[in-house]
Design a protein around this ligand. Sequence first.
Ligand code: AMP
Ligand code: MG
Length: 350
Amino acid sequence: METKILKIDENNIDSLALKEAGEILKRGGLVAFPTETVYGLGGDALNPESSRKIYAAKGRPSDNPLIVHICNMDALKEIAAEIPEDAIRLADLYWPGPLTMIFRKTDKVPKETTGGLETVAVRMPSHKIAAALIEAAGGFVAAPSANLSGRPSTTSAAHVIQDMTGRIDMIIDGGESEVGLESTIVDFTEGAPVILRPGYISKEMLEEALKKEVSFDRAIIDADCKTAPKAPGMKYRHYAPKGELSIVEGEGDKVIRKINELTSKYEEEGKKVGVIATRETAGKYLAKTVKIAGSKGDEKETAHNLFKILREFDDEKVDIMLSESFNGAGVGVAVMNRLLKAAGHQIINV
Ligand code: AMP
Ligand code: MG
C-alpha cells in the first residue's frame, strides 16, 4: 500500500487536505495524525472493519481495546450508556485535552473497537488538526498510538513514517506532540474513579477537580501485583527500545558513579552505551552518547522527550541504555510508569 504523507500547519489548516483525510477514514481507511499526547493511528471507530485494520497495521493483540476520539459532548452521549456527574466535571475541566474516560458503551460502538469489552474509552483531543480530522471523518475516530505494537509511542511524523509506511493510507505531519506521553485513563464503570494509566493529568489534578480521593489501579503501581491490569493494554510489554534499558536509582553522586562504572564495563566489552540524564548532570557522564531528557525537576520536559530519546537510541543502535530515575510526582508518575515499562522493570539500586 502506498502511504501518502501530508504536511498540515496546525495554525493554518488546509481544509481541502483535511477533507481528503476525512474521506479516507469514512471509506474505512487509516490515517495517522498528530495529537497533543502522541501521534494517533486513526480509523472510523464505528466501522468494525476499520478497527480490524488498525490491529493489523500495528500488530496489536485484538483484545487490547482502542480509544474512541470525539470532538464534542453530543458525540459522547451517542457512545456512552451512562455518564456520571464526576465524568462531566472532568470533561468540563480537562476536555479537550489529554484525558481518557471509560464508560459503559452503547450498541453504536462495535466490539471490534472495544476489544470485546462492554465498556468504551473516550477522549476529546485538543490538537487542532486532530479535532478537525475527527469532525471531517464523521465524529468518531478510534486511534491507538501510531507505533508498531511494543515499540515506543510516536511523538513526531518522522517516527510514524518509520513504523507505518506501507501499512496505512495517509500520515499527517503536524509537528511534534506537545505532551509526549499518552493520555491519563480514568475508569468510571465500577463506582469510584480509578486511574488505569497515569498521564499528564495527574492524580492530584483529578482529586482537586472531584474533591475526592482517586486511586491508581493496583496493577500499574505494583510490578509484582498478581491481578491483571484493568486496562488490558497495560499488561503487554511496551515502549520497548531495541537495546537493554536499566534505571539506576539512588542519591545523586552515587547514581553518576554507578552509571560511569557500568559504562566503562560495557564499553570494554565492545558494547555501545547510551545514558539518559538531566541537563544538570549530563556533563558528568563518560558515555559517548548522553541524552538530556529535561531539566532536573521539570517532568513535563522529560515527558515531552522520553519516547523521542528511546527511538534515537534505536536509530543509533545503542546496545545498553542507563537512565537516571525521575521524580515520581505529578506528571512524573507517568514518566516513571513509561520508563519502568520500557526497562522491563530493571532497576539498579545504589
Ligand atoms: P493506546 O491506544 O496505545 O493509547 O492504548 C489505549 C489504552 O487504553 C490501552 O492500555 C487499553 O487497554 C486502554 N483501554 C482502551 N479501552 C479500554 C476499556 N474499555 N477499558 C479499559 N481499558 C481500556
Ligand atoms: Mg500505545
